[in-house]
Design a protein around this ligand. Structure first.
Ligand code: TRP
Ligand code: ZN
Length: 886
């Protein structure tokens, strides 16, 4: 276990304090000799004064827990006790000319449980340097605006690590005697230290080739644990699709001779875009039908593309400082979302992105951890890899494109690549390219980056039958967030249409359109706090279909009644809003029922809604994946968020269970008919159409079982035992695990016995059980922590069991006696000694604690205070708990 950091209180870093470094590093030579407990690192830096810095300033290099044993400045030995601490190396008076600094340190990768810097995963060595992990390998100016050319020599025991990889292109390799060998890698593209990577191990691989548009040949390889090579093919296909797509859509070619991906079982996040050597959590690489669900396959396609796309948006053009994180992340998420939309279904892709945004980002924006997409200050940068930076960051790019149009968007991107290639850029730099390509000032649009909180968009319509005019009044307001009491109006695109009672689209006619894009595309701009739009020649009172495709990340308040929403569900030409109408109707019903239940009354039901849902499901053949999205009711988290305050998770659970049961009862055999009709004995294929059919079929079973638990469990048991593929097995097991039947324990036991030696499958088994909405679940989770397959040192295990309980089991986590809160708080404290980054993330499960009803709120506060009162917290955890309680 790593030593606890001493500094409990870290000085926050401020964007306003940015200044360039006083020194530049032109090149880096690393010579790394791998050993499980004593890895020797020699780093040779070629430095020179930065013309943009302060002449004669001291040189201060970052370190993280380093143990140097030799340092030379231009070949002259330095006194280490004078110049270095584990966290810093200071040269008080460096030469005013180019000079070299050579430092030798010893690392113990086996003791590194934080999984930052150099660590071991399985029998391999690997690195994770973003955001500030490089300083745990060598003293460095560890910040993204210091870009340098890296040459890396890796030496290792030949049997322990036959495969030796780093960034760039391979240069040379050979024997060194003593059973050791070496490899030299050179990366010609200057890069910041966070993109450095190294891997050594006895790995298996699959290989392929890619010829770029200009005819350059690239050798592709995916390296995995030996014996798992056959599970890497879908990832390889996804990579090739992503490479083609980036050429075709963005004109971006790959720029090295090789592209390597390595999959490791221990990883703090999803994956990492190191130049030419992406390192992945193996959950986002490994898939065959027996081990992975359709959802896993989709995740692989997206994450492989995301990391690949970073080669241009992140690596070639990187961030000036970590405040600009959204510059690479928001943009790259937008790019991977569009890639997925092109590979699969656009409407379903959009629905999935919006579900994620609402489930993860909206609560963040509404709670104590709210922050700008581009923050002004941070204490621990690891805590800013958030849904706000990633998902809201992507929404901003989407809005930008909607506002300026396809052509100006792509011209702006081309300008950005041309102007900032090889540089470390800011969000202002990025936006300036679009201001130029679109020929308009984007000053107001920039507020999206600088203002936290989700705007509320209110729309009220009135129809005048005399004059056949329809007047739409729009207004926006963003609630206060921590440190930001006042909000400015934002510039947002609102895509809209008017639907007639017959379900037909009504043409949008105005006297004075504000822009040609209004009538042509139905894209209206809201820039002020209010706007009135008057439509002419409207034959009858229309139903306004607003924020189509979710054109802006807002909370929409519009006075539609049930009939309007039913009409939209059936007829809106925008599939997103057909889905949205169903969600809105369900949410209203669920909130009403939640209130009734809290008042001791029976929940409400709306058969017309259930009928409409049944119709959508039965019409699902055209786009089954879309129908499956229609069938999925808002989650407990969605309902809690929409209720907003005085939240009672038990009442929400009961309301949702009642609605699902009522729908299942009303649709009954009709659901089974669809279930039977969609059965297939074709061989498994992960393609979107096949996955869509499985999703709809399993959604039917799930709804049916909600009203017929024993009959439904029987069908699920048959599906489970047929065991055709992991998707259908898991769907069946999920149905079985939701009801306290004997079959449940039998199925869970047999599932574990079949897959006990497959960690990624055991994770599914952990998660399912952690999410069982029964009071006994906490005891079950505690028991499972003692299962030999569980370990606090593997982030996937922690997320699968503890994370699933904290974020996927609202009644368990929020149990009225506070036991769930206490359990998560205590586990976070234990975890903090092992892996602060993962501990801090787990604690953000408390992000909405202030919205709870008073009893739970007090208990959640107690749990947070238990964490806050602990003597030696990591900076990561200290930051989250302090902001949560502030
Ligand atoms: N840059 C990575 C991505 O989004 C994210 C990431 C991977 C990361 N590992 C990390 C961020 C460790 C912080 C710490 O693609
Ligand atoms: Zn990313």
């Amino acid at each position: 276990m790593s030593a606890k950091p001493e500094a409990d209180h870290v000085q926050p870093v401020r964007l306003a304090d940015y200044r360039p470094t006083d020194y530049l590093i032109d090149s880096v030579h690393l010579d790394i000799s791998l050993n499980p407990i004593a890895t020797r690192v020699i780093s040779r830096l070629s430095l020179r004064p930065n013309p943009a810095g302060v002449a004669g300033a001291p040189l201060v290099l970052d370190g993280g827990d380093l143990k140097p044993y030799r340092a030379l400045l231009d070949n002259e030995a330095l006194n280490l006790s004078e110049v270095s601490t584990p966290d810093r190396l200071t040269i008080a008076n460096p030469p005013a000319r180019p000079f070299t600094l050579e430092v030798e340190t010893l690392l113990d990768p086996s003791a590194n449980t934080r999984l930052e810097g150099l660590y071991r995963s399985g029998s391999a060595y690997c690195t994770q340097c973003e955001a500030e992990g490089f300083r745990r390998i060598a003293y460095y100016l560890d910040r993204p605006d210091v870009m340098s050319v890296f040459t890396v020599r890796i030496e290792a025991d030949e049997r322990e690590a036959p495969v030796l990889l780093s960034n760039g292109n391979p240069v040379e390799s050979g024997e060194v005697g003593n059973g050791r060998h070496y490899a030299i890698w050179h990366d010609p593209h200057p890069k910041p230290s966070y993109l450095f990577a190294l891997v050594g191990g006895d790995l298996g691989s699959i290989e392929d080739e890619f010829t770029t548009a200009s005819g350059r040949n690239v050798k592709l390889a995916i390296h995995v644990e030996k014996g798992k090579e056959h599970r890497a093919h879908y990832a390889m296909e996804s990579l090739i699709h992503a490479m083609r797509w980036d050429e075709f859509v963005y004109g971006r070619e790959y720029d090295l001779d090789v592209f390597n991906i390595v999959a490791v079982p221990d990883f703090n996040m999803g994956a990492m875009e190191n130049k030419g050597l992406n390192i992945f959590n193996d959950k986002y690489i490994l898939a065959i039908q027996e081990t992975a669900t359709d959802h896993d396959y989709a995740g692989i396609e997206t994450v492989v593309a995301h990391e690949y796309f970073h080669n241009w948006t992140g690596n070639r053009i990187t961030c000036r400082d970590w405040f600009q994180l959204c510059l690479k992340e928001g943009l790259t998420v937008y790019r991977d979302q569009e890639f997925t939309a092109d590979q699969r279904s656009r409407a379903v892709g959009r629905i999935a992105s919006v579900r994620t945004l609402r489930a993860a980002q909206f609560p963040e924006d509404a709670g104590p951890l709210a922050h700008n997409v581009r923050p002004d200050t941070y204490s621990e940068i690891n805590n800013f890899y958030t849904a706000t930076v990633y998902e809201k960051g992507a929404e901003i790019i989407r809005m930008l494109r909607c506002l300026i149009g396809h052509e100006a968007y792509h011209n702006g991107m081309a300008l950005y690549f041309e102007r900032y290639d090889g540089k470390a850029a800011t969000v202002e730099d990025f936006l300036s390219c679009f201001a130029e390509s679109a020929g308009r000032d984007l000053g107001q649009f920039f507020h999206w980056y600088q203002q936290a909180g989700t705007p509320k968009l209110t729309a009220r319509g009135s129809y005048d039958a005399e004059t056949k005019t329809y007047t739409l009044d729009l207004s926006q307001a963003t609630p206060p967030t921590p440190g930001q009491p006042e909000k400015k109006p934002l510039l947002m695109p609102i895509r809209l249409g008017l639907i007639g009672r017959d379900g037909q689209e009504i043409p949008l006619v105005q006297d004075n359109p504000a822009s040609p894009r209004e009538a042509k595309y139905g894209i209206f701009e809201l820039a002020d706090a209010q706007r009135r739009i008057v439509f002419k020649d409207v034959p009858s009172k229309p139903v306004p279909s607003l924020v189509r495709r979710f054109s802006a990340p807002v909370i929409l308040d519009v006075d539609l009644d049930e009939d309007d929403l039913l009409l939209m569900m059936a007829h809106d030409s925008d599939p997103f809003n057909r889905w949205q109408a169903a969600q809105t109707l369900a949410t209203r019903l669920l909130i009403r029922s939640t209130q009734l239940i809290r008042a001791g009354e029976l929940p409400d039901f709306n058969p017309a809604f259930a009928e409409a849902l049944g119709a959508a499901i039965e019409a699902g053949d055209a786009d089954p994946a879309f129908a499956a999205q229609m069938a999925a009711l808002p989650s407990e988290g969605d309902i809690a968020r929409d209720i907003g305050s005085d939240v009672d998770p038990d009442a929400i659970f009961l309301a949702r269970r009642a609605l699902r049961s009522d729908i299942g009862k009303l649709l009954g055999e009709r659901l089974l008919a669809v279930y039977d009709r969609l059965a297939s004995d074709a061989p498994y294929s992960p393609d979107a159409a096949s996955a869509g059919r499985r999703a709809l079929r399993n959604a039917c079973l799930d709804l049916y079982a909600a009203a017929h638990s024993s009959d439904g469990s029987e069908i699920a048991m048959r599906q489970f035992q047929a065991g055709a593929n992991m998707t259908d097995q898991m769907a069946a097991l999920a149905v079985l695990s939701a009801y306290a039947t004997q079959q449940r324990e039998r199925a869970l036991d047999s599932f574990f016995r079949s897959h006990a030696d497959e960690p990624l499958i055991v994770d599914k088994w952990f998660s399912l059980q952690a999410m069982i909405p029964e009071p006994e679940t906490l005891a079950r989770v505690k028991r499972l922590m003692h299962n030999h397959a569980f370990s606090l040192t593997n982030p996937n295990r922690v997320r699968a069991l503890i994370g699933a309980f904290a974020t996927g089991n609202p009644t368990g986590f929020n149990s009225a006696d506070g036991a769930g809160y206490r359990f998560v708080a205590e586990t976070v404290l234990k975890l903090d000694e092992v892996n602060p980054q993962v501990a801090a993330r787990l604690l953000s499960a408390f992000r909405s604690w202030r919205n709870l009803e008073a009893g739970r709120r007090a208990l959640a506060r107690e749990a947070l205070e238990l964490v806050a009162g602990h003597s030696a917290l990591s900076p990561d955890l200290r930051d989250i708990v302090a902001r949560s309680l502030a």
